[in-house]
Design a protein around this ligand. Structure first.
Ligand SMILES: [Zn+2]
Length: 98
């Protein structure tokens, strides 16, 4: 082996952020982290669960709530436009029985 060209290898571990499992490995890098591993990934555990480490579900729910509020406001405006603001002039002059 040629001297001074190879990186140093450490005994370290890959830490899963979701479940905290430490997978011991040898690596040239330290403090390796993964979002999901085979102990907690839904494919391996068989349970229906959303692994949301980046807050994507929260972001989606926030956008959905905002969208529903806008939709409800648009529906209210549309309903306000349909109802006449003042009675028709014909009905005002001749009464309701025309
Ligand atoms: Zn895990």
């Amino acid at each position: 082996m040629k001297q001074n060209i190879h990186p140093s290898v450490h005994q370290t571990g890959i830490v899963c952020v979701s479940c905290g499992t430490n997978w011991p490995i040898s690596s040239t890098r330290k403090n390796l982290r993964v979002d999901v591993c085979s102990k907690c990934h839904p494919f391996y555990t068989g349970e229906q669960r959303i692994v949301d480490t980046a807050g994507q579900v929260d972001r989606f729910m926030r956008r959905l709530r905002t969208s529903q509020e806008h939709q409800a406001a648009a529906d209210r405006r549309r309903e306000d436009r349909r109802t006449p603001k003042k009675p028709s002039l014909v009905k005002e002059i001749y009464g309701e029985d025309t």
